[in-house]
Design a protein around this ligand. Structure first.
Ligand code: PLP
Length: 378
């Protein structure tokens, strides 16, 4: 039996989605820019996927741009918008909770002379709204805040903060990394004050290698890739129609069953949390208000990797902190004021619509067994 509790790192591709990608690859393989039937067929599939994605986000079709991954979407939003507005101002405000896909391009811009403010995280894996707002001034051209933190699952006050920023500084553009929220939280972008929103396919049961960026109509942004001028010159490069079709379908499916999936995951999380709370050696790191699909905890005195490998030997796959910061101490847990020894024993569970209560029960038993076995051997 295989139990996969690492869905924030990546997800299993949905079989219907994989089949669609395969069919497009072998049958509708035309280049959407070609002026013959094969090209038109590919273009039709491209447009359908755009519609599906726009509808899942509450956006307009012309506001959707396909990229290769969440990282590219974040980079396009950050680098592209700051290049576009660099004559207007040079200040960027973001949070210490962001993924490297956001922090690294911002660091690059700092090296290029932009002024960067990183608002610290608090012990709840949150940023203080007032602290974020007071960091924004008339020179600020970009405010960037993630929706759901990938390590502990906290939900940041994006809507409120961006609304207040736009009311005071309408020229400041806003970016949201929605990679861990997409398919799990319903947004209606036409009603929100978000100019750029990044998502990734492989977190919602689409294949790896596909992402998208929502760009609100009228926003100021330059491309970061120059070439054949595809996607209205915003993202040159022949469109990966099979993966784009896959993302469209995966998004549609994710939102169709969202409520039921969320309920199932919440039950799984609540069960595991209660069981773990009863164990003296467990410290729960995720805040109570975190999303139903992420649970971060520390099994005290047992290093994460040791527990991870014990669980793996039982067919259970989890993550030690964030899969993106392999081997390094988690800056997010540190920012939350969690002791180094506790951070070193942090385990992140992340669920999907495929997980079951039966798996949750097997996991809890395996964790208890793992703890006793590992400490005995020590
Ligand atoms: N942003 C967040 C919050 C993530 O969790 C990840 C991946 O884990 C990314 C961005 C990067 O997405 P991708 O792996 O598609 O580049």
């Amino acid at each position: 039996m295989e139990i996969y509790f690492d869905n924030s790192a990546t997800t299993k591709t949905d079989e219907e989605v994989a089949k669609l990608a395969y069919d497009v690859m072998v049958n509708d393989y035309g280049n959407p820019s070609s002026l013959h039937q094969k090209g038109f067929d590919a273009e039709k599939i491209f447009v359908k996927a755009k519609k599906q994605l726009a509808s899942a986000m509450g956006a307009k079709e012309e506001e959707i741009f396909f990229t290769s991954c969440g990282t590219e979407s974040d980079n396009l939003a950050i680098l592209g918008s700051c290049m576009a507005l660099k004559k207007r101002g040079n200040r960027i405000v973001t949070t210490a909770l962001e993924h490297p896909a956001v922090l690294e391009p911002i660091k690059f811009l700092e090296e290029m002379g932009f002024e960067v403010v990183i608002v610290p995280a608090n012990e709840k894996g949150q940023v203080d709204e007032e602290k974020f707002l007071s960091a924004v001034n008339e020179k600020t051209i970009l405010a960037s805040m993630m929706y759901v933190n990938n390590e502990v699952g906290s939900v940041l006050p994006v809507e409120n903060v961006f609304k207040k920023i736009k009311a005071k500084y309408p020229l400041c553009q806003t970016h949201c990394d929605f990679v861990q929220g997409f398919g799990k939280i319903k947004l209606n972008l036409s009603k929100l004050h978000i100019d750029f929103l990044a998502i990734s396919g492989h977190k919602i049961h689409a294949p790896k290698g596909i992402g998208a960026l929502y760009i609100k109509k009228g926003s100021k942004i330059r491309p970061i890739l120059y070439g054949g001028g595809q996607q209205g010159k915003m993202r040159s490069g022949t469109e990966s129609v099979p993966l784009i079709a896959a993302l469209g379908l995966a998004a549609e499916k994710a939102y169709k069953t969202l409520e039921q999936d969320e309920k199932n995951m919440a039950e799984i999380k609540a069960y595991i949390t209660e069981e773990l709370k009863a164990l003296p050696f467990i410290k729960i790191n995720s805040p109570e208000t975190s999303v139903p699909c992420i649970l971060n905890f520390s099994a005290l005195n047992v290093r994460s990797e040791i527990m991870l490998h014990f669980l793996e030997s039982n067919g259970i796959f989890v993550s030690s902190g964030s899969a993106c910061s392999k081997g390094e101490a988690s800056p997010v847990l540190k920012a939350m004021g969690i002791k180094k020894s506790e951070a070193d024993s942090a385990i992140r569970l992340s669920f999907s619509r495929y997980n079951t209560m039966e798996e949750a029960k097997i996991f809890v038993d395996a964790l208890k067994e793992g703890y006793n076995t590992i400490l005995k051997v020590k």
